[in-house]
Write a protein that binds this ligand. Sequence first.
Ligand code: GDP
Ligand code: MG
Length: 413
Amino acid sequence: MFVRAGRGGDGSASMRSEPYTPHGGPDGGSGGAGGSVILEVSGRSRDLAWLRDHPHQRAEAGGPGRSNKREGATGMDLVLTVPDGTLVRDEDGFLADLIGEGTQVVVARGGRGGRGNAVLSRGRNRNVHSVEKGEAGEERRVQLELRTVADVGLVGLPNAGKSTLLAALSAARPKIADYPFTTLTPNLGVAGGDEERFVVADLPGLVEGASGGKGLGHRFLRHIMRCRVLVEIVDLSGDRPDADLATLREELRAHDPELARRRRLVVGTKADLVEDAEARAAELAPDALVVSAVEGRGIAELVERLRAAVRTAAEEEEERTAEVVLRPARPPFTVRREGSQFIVAGRNVERWVAETDLEDARRVVELQRRLVKAGVERTLSEMGARRGDEVVIAGRVFEFIPELEGDINDGSA
Ligand code: GDP
Ligand code: MG
């Protein structure tokens, strides 16, 4: 997605003018802040389909300041709802792992409003016409990925019967077909009837070598990572059900060894197609369940077993917590070299200078402290500024006399 926050409104340069005070002085208000673009988890949001189809999103701009010291309107934040388990990245990498209802991340910050001349001409700055433009809103390209958060994940080789089983367990109606990769995105269904319910995900077919990047299954393996309980589905009517199960497990293990330790259940499907279903299932695992999604056989027992497994897994599980990376805001000031001068630009830094009466020695010392604290001195030194070089801030020229160096070397004066 490409997100753009609203720009801040411009400050106003209005001069008060009333019948009896035609030259009443500056009364321009400040611009309003632009709206931010925010992603927020909502249970109502099930997938990222809408955002995929509407990848350009922008928040409202702030309104301009107006006469009579009126502030501009604040731009509305644009809050986009995303499903639980959405991962957010931008060009610089990981940004947020949004987990839990209401969790938010600001993906583009709105620009600050520019100050109007009513504010700017206060203090020592006597230029009644000085105003600021609103700041641009942040722009960013972000990538969203939904990691399925389900209680139960159905895994198995293509055509094992995962989608059919999901349909038997829930009201979900996934596509069912006789060829591999019928499931291209995970299908979700709610199982458990009127009692304790749980979410079941039908995960796309695995093929041999999927974890090594072969086949489509690879792209979807990561969805498995967020399932509490895995159900390994094996087609009992196949030639070698035990070999199929071994292939499946090898794929899971190769993808992430942690999966091998996940709570799991083995289910043999298509029991209606073979005579000796129970015997075949027993070879897979001693407690393997036998079902036929077509006949409905074993489904009620499977629901009971899953419900119990989910409950235990949830109790053992550590509380999942959201993670949001807070990147530092824009640097508070920048320094650039122009000929022999160093130009320091930045809203606060410039304001401090504009508001300081440079004739007043005490105020100048205060200003210097603030600049040192903000890191201006250090940055200037790092950029090669030497004692005596000219530093320009807000149009005023200063002589660079680093405090530290002054303390140490200045024995001559
Ligand atoms: P998936 O790839 O694992 O999702 O498998 P599907 O659910 O799409 O099923 C593959 C094929 O097996 C389909 O033709 C289903 O109709 C069939 N199938 C699935 N479960 C059963 C079952 O319990 N009995 C029978 N006879 N056929 C089944
Ligand atoms: Mg399927």
